[in-house]
Design a protein around this ligand. Structure first.
Ligand SMILES: C[S@@+](CC[C@H](N)C(=O)[O-])C[C@H]1O[C@@H](n2cnc3c(N)ncnc32)[C@H](O)[C@@H]1O
Length: 212
């Protein structure tokens, strides 16, 4: 099943503004994890849901990047940052469950804070696996559900509605480690960690790599 993405005229822009304004802070919070999972990326990469380019600093200079980003309000910031960092970006305005790229066309796919936002993360992961060559790497960072019964899980439940409204359908209650492990990759490595940030529902996180 493919979905259509309809950026909200106000919240679509607000999200672009939010991630532009807080990019430095969020990247600082997760700097160790991003340095680990996005290390030594090749010269050609596909990023799914790059937003305004939070991960562009981890790409090698001169990198050819295909950016799968359906929110048109992200585009200006994304292209500006790519130009500043010398990244040759090509934007595809499609959703991640129907990526308009050939099978086995890349050695690296990256994403951050994507699988929390899409309607069907399993479907997106099968698209990512489809476009990766055998042995290719999917490197990711996500926020996930806190352990069942914990105070934080209760906070995530209470915040469910307003959080999804503000962040265009984002869920803090997904066990994405399990979804990634079940997605058919040859191998998966995942670190779990907890941030201390004011964005409490998103403080339980995972980062890792999956090999096709
Ligand atoms: C929470 S933002 C994260 C942006 C960026 N990766 C970051 O870490 O700052 C989620 C991103 O996923 C994109 N997105 C949402 N639904 C999507 C879909 N179905 N397919 C592809 N991208 C999607 C949004 O437009 C947005 O850029």
């Amino acid at each position: 099943m493919t979905t259509t993405f309809k950026a909200h005229p106000v919240r679509g822009r607000l999200n672009a503004g939010f991630f532009t304004a807080l990019d430095g802070y969020i990247n600082w919070l997760v700097r160790d994890m991003k340095a680990k999972v996005f290390a030594a990326l090749p010269d050609q990469v596909v990023e799914v849901g790059p937003g305004v380019g939070a991960n562009f600093g981890y790409l090698p200079p001169g990198c050819q990047l295909i950016a799968v980003e359906p929110n048109p309000h992200m585009r200006r910031g994304l292209e500006r940052r790519a130009a500043r960092l010398g990244i040759d970006v090509q934007v595809r305005t499609v959703t991640a469950d129907a990526i308009d790229l050939d099978d086995q066309c890349t050695d690296a796919v990256i994403s951050s804070l994507l699988l929390c936002s899409v309607p069907d993360p399993g479907c997106v992961l099968s698209e990512i696996r489809r476009i990766l060559r055998p042995g290719g790497r999917y490197a990711f960072l996500e926020h996930v559900a806190a352990p069942e019964g914990s105070v934080l899980r209760g906070v995530q439940r209470v915040m469910r509605g307003p959080w999804a409204w503000a962040f265009e359908g984002c869920s803090c209650e997904r066990d994405l480690a399990a979804v990634i492990r079940a997605a058919g990759f040859a191998s998966v490595e995942i670190d779990q960690y907890r941030l201390r940030s004011p964005f409490v529902p998103a403080n339980t996180q995972i980062a890792g790599t999956a090999i096709a």
